[in-house]
Write a protein that binds this ligand. Structure first.
Ligand code: ADP
Length: 264
């Protein structure tokens, strides 16, 4: 009898082992698919600017170099292409670090009001090119101290405001507002009256490389990683990010932050 019991236990153990192995293999397969898709996306993203740069350099070598004005124009365009490549590679580097959990946060207290103002200053020129007004709506202009990694939150704000400009309409507005919530939280909202996003795309917006209008967005530059980076950074802070949008009306991206306890 004891032999049959042993056999039964052994069979169970073997079954369990086989099940675990199968699960492991499935996980590896999924990961491999994910990796392949990622690599495919990367090369796709890099190809366009690389071919652009190559095109201008080849034309220069083919003789355009002899006309100083033309040469200067082509070199400038090639340089723009290289800038775009650097931008994409930086975003890729960031998303990789965030995804493998390699990016530790440097948490401290900082004034979110001041940070919004500095982001607006940095992006003023970009907004002006599209005659977009940047407004900061706040009940109080006093400092609001929050807890977080200031550099990363600056990146979140920058990505959101840059998007509101890119997908905003000429002479539109981008408004940032900060509201104090109960339970020691604040919510930062970035609102635009731009092209908006159709409902069916909303749930996928934060996926890396996801774009609503492939050709349109690429014309606007960007890596398709901006919102994925934003989401990772906010979640690394254990905070929440929300989006509300209406097609042809505008969008609102908002995120929460923890208020810092003010020392007397
Ligand atoms: P991209 O580099 O394409 O801007 P993001 O990850 O920042 O990548 O954004 C993903 C997509 O979400 C964009 O391609 C665009 O279609 C849409 N999107 C983001 N922000 C806005 C906005 N403020 N208004 C309308 N569409 C937006």
């Amino acid at each position: 009898k004891s032999i049959t019991t042993d056999m039964a236990t052994l069979t169970k153990q073997i079954d369990q082992y086989a099940k675990n192995k199968k699960l492991e293999i499935e996980t590896l397969k999924v990961r491999e698919e994910y990796r392949k898709e990622f690599m495919g996306n990367i090369s796709h993203e890099l190809k366009t600017p690389l071919f652009t740069v190559q095109g201008y350099l080849e034309t220069l070598l083919d003789g355009a170099m002899n006309d100083k004005n033309v040469a200067e124009k082509y070199l400038e365009r090639a340089n723009k292409g290289v800038e775009r490549l650097i931008y994409i590679v930086k975003d890729l580097d960031m998303i990789t670090k965030l995804e493998v959990g390699d990016l530790s946060l440097n948490v401290d207290t900082f004034d979110i009001v001041e940070l919004v103002q500095s982001v607006f200053e940095l992006l003023e020129m970009k907004a002006a090119k599209k005659k977009i007004t940047l407004t900061f709506d706040m009940e109080y202009k006093d400092p609001i101290m929050v807890k977080g990694d200031e550099e990363r939150i600056q990146q979140v704000l920058t990505n959101l405001v840059v998007n509101s400009i890119k997908y905003g309409r000429e002479k539109g507005t981008t408004e940032i507002s900060i509201e104090k919530l109960i339970k020691n939280k604040v919510i930062v909202r970035v609102t635009d009256n731009g092209e908006g996003i159709e409902k069916k795309h909303i749930s996928r917006l934060f996926e890396r490389f996801y774009r609503v209008d492939k050709s349109g967005s690429r014309k606007e530059g960007g890596s398709g990683l901006g919102l994925a980076i934003v989401k990772h950074i906010i979640e690394a802070h254990d905070e929440k990010i929300y989006v509300e949008s209406e097609f042809n009306i505008g969008s609102e991206f908002s995120f929460t932050l923890e208020k810092a306890r003010t020392t007397p």
